[in-house]
Design a protein around this ligand. Structure first.
Ligand code: GUN
Length: 290
């Protein structure tokens, strides 16, 4: 049976380290790191995610505000709010929860966030810095995946990684991070051989079977079945799919019998994503306030 990549336990350890650093700053008279989350519309999953992020901030000594706006909010109203948050010294990180309603131009919103407060690492300047090996922030979910692999001593350098899914939030930045050479400026780089598979990939099963590390980030329940996994491989499940009242990953449960390591859903990548958001908000405060 696979060793469990326990994101909940690892998140608790890293959150403890973050809370201690936040407490040190507050004791030294500095402002607590502050996150402003912006949520437009009524998507129930998004409301749940933002609630979890807000709660995690408060539990670890960070300042947190949530701006809940109605579905019919205009782009210009949203841009006005972002301008105010950009200028607010109590706010070190700004997060606009995606997806946005269709009438709002997502690209304009993402570009309006000042890059020094872009704790999601969605702004083109920060994507460019990441891609050229000088990240200001690592994007939260990819960073959580890398931390899970590293802290469980899964060998990455030189190995075959297959990422299923090419999203801007997970697949694409994770491929960049795992393919890069580690440096002092880019310590989370993986030095791996990376393949990105997607909906047009021919013979997905054969491509996945090459992987020493298989990362599923598609959003389709049980897409990855046991026959697609090399025995002993590490399998990281980034999927969160609502099936009835339960959450299911992109990886079928029977994969646990074949894999060497497996991240569960829930309790794998999810808690790590929120932890890396706290980490980035602390890093933003250090960069802005010293
Ligand atoms: N929607 C799904 N994942 C994310 C994320 O990491 N950040 C934001 N802002 N929205 C999301």
């Amino acid at each position: 049976m696979a060793q469990i990549l326990d994101g909940k336990a690892l998140a608790a350890t890293i959150r403890g380290e973050i809370a201690a650093r936040v407490a040190d700053r507050t004791r030294a008279g500095k402002r607590p790191p502050g996150l402003a989350a912006v949520l437009v519309g009524n998507d129930p999953a998004s409301h749940g995610y933002v609630r979890s992020k807000h709660k995690a901030c408060l539990e670890h000594g960070l300042h947190s505000t949530v701006h809940r706006l109605p579905e019919e909010t205009t782009s210009s109203q949203l841009l006005d709010l972002i301008d105010r948050l950009n200028a607010d010294p109590t706010v070190h990180g700004i997060l606009v929860q995606l997806p946005l309603p269709r009438h709002i131009e997502k690209e304009a919103i993402v570009r309006a966030i000042v890059p020094t407060k872009d704790v999601d690492c969605f702004h083109p300047e920060n994507v460019g810095r990441l891609t050229t090996g000088f990240p200001r922030f690592y994007p939260c979910t990819p960073h959580g995946v890398v931390q899970l692999l590293n802290r469980y001593n899964v060998p990455v350098a030189g190995r075959e990684v297959v990422i299923v899914g090419r999203s801007d939030i997970v697949g694409k930045p994770l491929a960049v991070m795992l393919m890069q050479k580690p440096t002092a400026d880019n310590p989370a780089a993986g030095d791996a051989t990376v393949t990105v598979a997607h909906s047009r990939t021919d013979n997905l099963a054969a491509v996945c079977r090459r992987a020493d590390i298989l990362i599923a980030a598609v959003g389709r329940a049980s897409l990855i079945t046991a026959d697609m996994v090399k025995p002993g491989a590490a399998v990281v499940d980034v999927g969160t799919n609502r099936v009835g009242h339960a959450w299911m990953g992109d990886v079928a449960p029977e994969v646990a019998a074949v894999a060497g390591w497996l991240s569960p859903v829930p309790g794998g990548v999810g808690p790590m994503t929120i932890t890396m958001l706290l980490y980035n908000t602390l890093a933003a405060a250090e960069q802005i306030d010293g």
